[in-house]
Design a protein around this ligand. Structure first.
Ligand SMILES: *[C@@H]1O[C@H](CO)[C@@H](O)[C@H](O)[C@H]1NC(C)=O
Length: 292
């Protein structure tokens, strides 16, 4: 504990643990929705997360909190495994332009926070993608078009990890990434040989603007399917779609239909169990009263 290296490691560890990493500036079109990921440190996993709106931290107002109900306008979800909470703002209006704070509530101390700026524009945003959610299969390639009309450096980054720039071939979490920026006003990101670990939040970066993009990597469908396998897959797909706004749930093993079935049924069984237990409890009560 006393060596300087240890102290340094602890200090760098602490800054990582205490801080929040998010976008800094996002441009969105009026009427659209936007999801913003906020990455937090391991000590904050079980704490309350929230979004606060206001140009100054001291005077910002709660927009949404993980321990309160979402509103029609603001919603929040917390992926404790990836340590990312995502805030979504719907039906964007001029008045939604401004500063927002991703924050973690610390009961005995100052809350941890990081701000980002959202600008809502009537015309085409300066940096945008067609969809914020992209899905691909393991070992396949995935291309993302980032459209822009501003100046500045081009990058593709994984939130809290590393970035790739055009021209140099790079990789993020073991997946090769190339950026083709030969056409004006658009750069195309190709992620080759997708892995499960490639799932997560990325961002197109152009100059001072970012656009978050969520990538989900699923197991490829098996080519040879038995009848039961394909029906299991249908069931699994229903489950997957119902959870489409979540960042997890990507590890369903398509190659093993029996496991898929287990996954599918387990949620159903849980619900059933609960109601059965309630019925049993009632029955017991009845029995006892009869005995008495
Ligand atoms: C980049 O994209 C352009 C237009 O689609 C294409 O003509 C060109 O071959 C691509 N460059 C590379 C290195 O793939």
């Amino acid at each position: 504990m006393k060596s300087p290296l240890r102290v340094l490691l602890i200090l760098t560890g602490l800054t990582g643990i205490l801080s929040i990493t998010t976008v800094s500036k996002v441009s969105v079109k009026t009427g659209d929705s936007i999801s913003i990921p906020c990455l937090y440190g391991s000590t904050n996993v079980n704490r309350v997360k929230y979004l606060c709106k206001g140009d100054y931290w001291s005077s910002c107002n709660y927009a949404v909190k993980t321990n309160q109900k979402n509103s029609r306008k603001f919603s929040i979800s917390d992926d404790k495994i990836q340590r990312i909470f995502t805030v979504t703002v719907k039906d964007l209006m001029d008045k939604d332009t401004g500063y927002y704070w991703c924050a973690v509530e610390i009961n005995q101390g100052s809350d941890v926070k990081e701000y980002f700026h959202l600008s809502v524009t009537k015309g085409t945003p300066k940096l945008y993608t067609d969809l914020q959610n992209k899905t691909g299969f393991e070992r396949d390639n995935l291309t993302i078009n980032c459209n822009y009309s501003n100046h500045g450096e081009i990058r593709w980054c994984k939130l809290g990890r590393s970035c790739v720039t055009p021209g140099s071939s790079g990789s993020i979490d073991g997946t090769a990434v190339t950026i083709n920026a030969s056409v004006p006003n658009v750069f195309t990101v190709t992620m080759s040989g997708l892995k499960k670990e490639s799932s997560g939040w990325y961002q197109c970066v152009k100059g001072d603007l970012q656009m978050p993009v969520h990538v989900t990597v699923n197991e490829p469908p098996t080519t040879k399917q038995t009848k039961s396998a394909s029906s299991a897959m249908t069931a699994e797909e229903e489950v997957t779609y119902s959870n489409v706004d979540h960042t997890r749930n990507t590890s369903n093993q398509r190659s093993n239909p029996e496991r898929d079935a287990d996954v599918t049924y387990s949620s159903v069984v849980t619900i059933r169990k609960k109601s059965i237990q309630r019925v049993e409890a009632k029955d017991e009560n009845v029995t006892y009263s009869t005995l008495a």
